[in-house]
Ligand binder design. Structure first.
Ligand code: ADP
Ligand code: MG
Length: 631
């Protein structure tokens, strides 16, 4: 018999398969089952269009068998089968240059899971088998042919005996080595689990048979490992839950499915089941977990949805389907617009994938919004877990998703004493109010006490309390909401004074020019300016900033690793109507040295109020004690 060589490309792909150090070898089964299903599809289609085949849907099945003793695994279908020529063309040359190239380019990168991501087809059988035999008979033909290969050496094709049309593939499972155990592919339970995992939704029944050698011996009773399969039980459920009508599925079904599939012990907070036809045809079943996974806010967490192509799992975690801001969503997408293969087509699929991802993003957003509007309590629980991610989402990616997310944000409100949305805030704004005010601090209680909030509060305006590091960055990225700008209560212009008041304030600063510049000199470059405050009413002093960087942002940025420390332009604000200022005015005429000490004390107190580190606590404490000791 003449041994034929594989075409060069195929040979290389084959080499990669044979020597695969790939850990998910089990996917060979997914590939063979999907080919079997494709072959049945073809014949089934013919039976639908040509009434003379005498075949109906119920005639079709895919049958598996394992023979442990002889290390043989078989998979059999009664699909269209292959002619001699087709065996030659389809199995001798495999035009998969796309995946091959990709694999070679990325070979050094261990984490590139090309096989797991996209089907590599028939050759994957060589990951588990030392010899692969394909016996096939085309529907309507009299002769059957056998294709056989031990791998890289080549293959032979010869006529053979085969009763039924279709294809039987026989794998001689590799012997175990020190590092690898192949026995699992001879265990009916394991095989059944692999079928469930990857091929549950194949539309034709997949069944486990007794191996031919055993049947001949006629003693199935003493082979307990086959017993449960001998009932002719179908291994796959054939209809995936996401292909069912919503009305056919109970919440219980969804919840169980979610917990089993996505390894959660709690029911999901929300179920999103959608089905779309048109420019992109797909079914999506997504879940919002009730609780953030323990590693959610760490680098370990991997986002992504399972991706199915017509019921066949092709990717465990397709990251491209989810924007980062919704990375908490679990679930799957099944589309018939996608095929199992990478290859040139992949580019088009990419576009299709983007289209689907865009739709999903809108869908998730609208579901969250409806939860916010109709189930506030539930939404707040969700927000507790994932609100931070939404805010990172606003800030991240140069604000690309900020418009999508702005109506999903919640912040604590000074007047409502609970979380409010931006649109609720704007809806409550007074006619005279120009800005959406916010204040930053560690906790709500601390912000409540901030002197800077006094004036805004006295005007009867609501303030949003920002307690998380990312908050102010997110608002700065948003710039405005419903045409209302955000403004920090520490901002130099709060938009509260009219022209007359502004003029008065300016005048007052002018009158005390010498005193203020004396203080400024004493503080050197610690502050950019010392000013009489228009925001303080009862408190003597506070710190504010001018320029783009706020004190809060300075704090956050400086906690990040690296030597690039930043500094906000600080302004020390003094309350001109506070007695301490009157006493400084008096001192200024007699004792300028003391003014310097006072300036330092006031600055340090302002730092303390802000919760910022002070340079020399001992000096500060001693200076206070000196004052206390004075008669
Ligand atoms: P793909 O399925 O992506 O085309 P594969 O490498 O999985 O690539 O299979 C190569 C080809 O071999 C298939 O396109 C099909 O024509 C043929 N083939 C494989 N398995 C079968 C089968 N069980 N029945 C009929 N044809 C098959
Ligand atoms: Mg295939």
């Amino acid at each position: 018999m003449e041994t034929k060589e594989f075409k060069a490309e195929s040979k290389r792909l084959l080499d990669l398969m044979i020597n695969s150090i790939y850990t998910h070898r089990e996917i060979f089964l997914r590939e063979l089952i999907s080919n079997a299903s494709d072959a049945i599809d073809k014949l089934y289609y013919r039976s639908l269009t040509d009434g003379n085949t005498g075949l109906s849907r119920d005639d079709f099945s895919i049958r598996l068998a394992v023979d442990k003793e002889n290390r043989i695994f078989t998979i059999q279908d009664n699909g269209c089968g292959m002619s001699q020529e087709e065996l030659e063309n389809n199995l001798g040359t495999i035009a998969r240059s796309g995946s091959l190239q990709f694999k070679q380019e990325n070979e050094t990168k261990e984490d590139v899971d090309i096989i797991g991501q996209f089907g590599v087809g028939f050759y994957s059988a060589f990951m588990v088998a030392s010899c692969v035999t394909v016996e096939s008979k085309q529907f309507g033909s009299d002769t059957a042919y056998r294709w056989e290969s031990h791998g890289a050496d080549g293959y032979v094709i010869e006529p053979c005996q085969k009763e039924e049309h279709g294809t039987t593939i026989t794998l001689k499972i590799k012997e175990n080595t020190e590092d690898d155990n192949y026995d699992e592919f001879l265990d009916p339970h394991r095989i059944s689990a692999i079928v469930k995992k990857y091929s549950d939704y194949i539309r034709y029944p997949i069944k486990m048979d007794m191996p031919a050698s055993r049947l001949k011996e006629g003693c199935p009773e003493d082979k307990p490992e086959y017993e449960q399969y001998l009932q002719n039980e179908t291994l796959n459920s054939m209809v995936p839950i996401w292909k069912k009508m919503k009305s056919e599925v109970t919440d219980e079904d969804y919840n169980e499915f979610y917990k089993e599939k996505f390894f959660d012990y709690e029911n999901p907070a929300r179920i999103i089941h959608s089905s779309t036809e048109g420019s992109a045809t797909y079914q999506a079943l997504m879940f919002i977990p009730a609780r953030a996974p323990f590693n959610y806010y760490s680098r370990d967490y991997e986002k992504g949805l399972q991706l199915y192509a017509s019921g066949v799992l092709i990717m465990e975690k397709c990251a491209d389907l989810l924007p980062d801001c919704f990375s908490f969503v679990k679930g799957l997408v099944d589309s018939q617009d996608l095929s199992l293969n990478i290859s040139r087509e992949m580019l088009q699929h990419d576009r299709q994938l983007k289209l689907i991802a865009g739709r999903l993003e809108k869908k998730i957003h609208s579901e969250l919004l409806s939860m916010l509007q109709n189930e506030r309590e539930k939404y707040e629980a969700f927000y507790k877990n994932f609100g931070l991610q939404l805010k990172y989402g606003v800030y991240g990616d140069y604000g690309a998703k900020k418009d999508l997310l702005s109506d999903l944000l919640l912040f604590y409100s000074s007047s409502e004493k609970k979380l409010v949305t931006l649109s609720e805030y704007v809806g409550r704004m007074k006619e005279s109010q120009k800005y959406i005010y916010y204040a930053c601090g560690d906790t709500v209680e601390k912000i409540d006490r901030l002197p800077q909030t006094e004036l805004v509060r006295d005007n009867g305006y609501e303030i949003l309390y920002l307690t998380e590091d990312v908050d102010e960055f997110a608002l700065k990225m948003l710039l405005e909401f419903e045409k209302k700008e955000f403004r920090s209560v520490s901002d130099s212009d709060l938009g509260l004074e009219d022209e007359k008041e502004k003029e008065q304030a300016k005048q007052k600063n002018e009158e005390n020019k010498d005193l203020l510049s004396c203080m400024k000199d004493a503080l050197k470059d610690k502050v950019k300016d010392v000013r009489l405050s228009s925001r303080l009413k009862s408190h003597p002093v506070c710190l504010s900033s001018q320029g783009a960087l706020s004190l809060e942002m300075e704090k956050v940025l400086n906690t990040m690793p690296g030597d690039n420390k930043v500094k906000a332009e600080r302004v020390l604000e003094i309350n001109a109507s506070h007695p301490v200022f009157a006493s400084m005015q008096k001192l200024f005429e007699s004792d300028q040295e003391k003014i310097k000490t006072y300036a330092d004390l006031l600055y340090t107190q302002a730092l303390l109020i802000e919760g910022m580190p002070i340079e020399d606590p001992v000096k500060f404490s001693n200076a206070i004690c000196d004052l206390m000791a004075e008669k």
